[in-house]
Write a new protein. Sequence first.
Length: 235
Amino acid sequence: MAKTPTPHIGAQYGEIAETVIMAGDPLRAKFMAENFLDNPVLFNNVRGMLGYTGTHNGKRVSVMGHGMGIPSISIYTYELFNFYDVKTIIRVGSAGSMHEDLHLGDLMIAQGACTDSNYGAQFGLPGTFAPIADFGLLRGAVEACERMGYRYKVGNIFSSDLFYGENNYNDRWRKMQVMAIEMEAAALYMNAARTGKRALAICTISDHLLTGECTSAEERQSTFTKMMDVAFSLI
């Protein structure tokens, strides 16, 4: 096991809680620290990827950014799982809907994560690996949504390596009942599986690929609080 700090996280061992709630935007992590944590302490600012540890309802928890895309989240979650002994990572992010009944502001709980990334090739498996969420976390998130009255869907999400691309294959993914698209969950689930840890991705629908509706950057940063409510209920 490598010593901490790591090349990308400036915290000493023990400064990060066993449960980390992560967001692509580090400013969303800052928002969670300021609005959900008691006595948050900054443990990381390397490359501006903010991370804080505090308590929520008396329970120790950390929040941190993970950046955009599979290469970025794979680095941070690898280091957290392997070097800081983190047991659970919950991603709260944004996603684009590809489903007629998944609207702006609704929550998408990713039961599984398809991907066009080659990240899984490193494991040398003689077939295709299916990255899935931890069932206990998934069940808890569904129960929280029901209790809080939040609109949600559970199903397959697509973790794309591309935000801009030459070809659009979204219709093909929709035909396979994939409900939304984002850029990170598959790597999170693969890293969790490889280390025997727990992971879940909960996304707020920020735009709709079928209708063209979308939210602003400010809304995505500071108003997508329902998924945070659900994530913190799992601590």
